[in-house]
Design a protein around this ligand. Structure first.
Ligand SMILES: C[S@@+](CC[C@H](N)C(=O)[O-])C[C@H]1O[C@@H](n2cnc3c(N)ncnc32)[C@H](O)[C@@H]1O
Length: 248
């Protein structure tokens, strides 16, 4: 089982403070909120800064699990964060002794698992926490998507940070076809001070067919495969792989 303690983008408070600026509420969270209708309880694995976690907790019992204290600290201090049970834990090994009506892993958190062993462990955690009628959903980028994945020379966006003002967020990445591993670097420059923060990480791309087998082995069944958060059915060139399922 690989270690994640070297992932500075989430572990380092100086980098975690930029997460919400670079990753805003989108159709993924809308989709999960709709799926959550009727669910009395929800588990958010790899909940990060907890924007979705806190929204889910407005009307149900919610646990958010993440190993990165810097991310959890942001979640705890956000509006509605006091309604969430925050757990510093690893989605591969955590056992909460409870079952939930809904389990979500958003923001491509599933891709942080870099080996098949880690993926199997995370899927076993989902199976161990799903209630008899419970459902799960997660997203992982489709290796068959033909869009730009390799950004070796960097792309830059200008964003507005709630406290720091204008920032420049940059990405650089390199995809290894042989392993399905994307190595990337995120950088943030605060324009008013010139301060610069950056961190590197890796994520794994997995095909739908491979995933399908892993889920079957974990005792999970998939009711629908989507290719984006707008609900388009999965197809070979879809941007995303989004399974919605339950216990087999
Ligand atoms: C891209 S962020 C997604 C956060 C959140 N789900 C969202 O949609 O904004 C990935 C998250 O996965 C977390 N993570 C990394 N390794 C993990 C593990 N082994 N178990 C659970 N979460 C993990 C990171 O700390 C980070 O908060």
């Amino acid at each position: 089982m690989s270690k994640i303690s070297d992932d500075p983008l989430y572990r380092d408070p100086a980098l975690a403070q930029f997460y919400d600026t670079a990753n805003r509420w989108g159709p993924d969270f809308d989709f999960c909120m709709k799926l959550a209708e009727g669910a009395q309880s929800a588990l958010d694995l790899g909940c990060g800064t907890g924007e979705l976690t806190a929204a889910l907790a407005a009307t149900r019992i919610v646990t958010g699990v993440d190993p990165a204290v810097a991310m959890l600290d942001i979640g705890k201090s956000r509006a509605g964060g006091d309604k969430v049970e925050w757990v510093e834990g690893d989605a591969r090994t955590v056992r909460l002794g409870k079952r939930y009506d809904l389990i979500v892993l958003t923001g491509h958190a599933f891709q942080v698992f870099l080996t098949e062993e880690d993926q199997r462990a995370a899927l076993a955690t989902i199976a161990a926490h799903l209630g008899p009628a419970g459902r799960f959903v997660f997203d992982t980028r489709n290796p068959g998507f033909r869009g730009k994945r390799d950004v070796r020379h960097g792309s830059v966006r200008q964003l507005e940070h709630a406290d720091l003002g204008a920032i420049e967020a940059s990405d650089r990445s390199h995809y290894d076809e042989a392993t399905g591993i994307l190595s990337y670097e995120n950088g943030y420059r605060v324009l008013s001070t010139g301060e610069h923060f950056s961190g590197r990480s890796k994520i794994l791309y997995t095909s739908r067919d491979k995933l399908s087998g892993l889920m079957r082995d974990a005792g999970l069944t998939v009711d629908a495969w989507y290719g984006d958060w707008e609900g388009t059915p999965f197809h070979a060139q879809a941007r995303e792989i989004i399974p919605v399922g339950r216990l087999a």
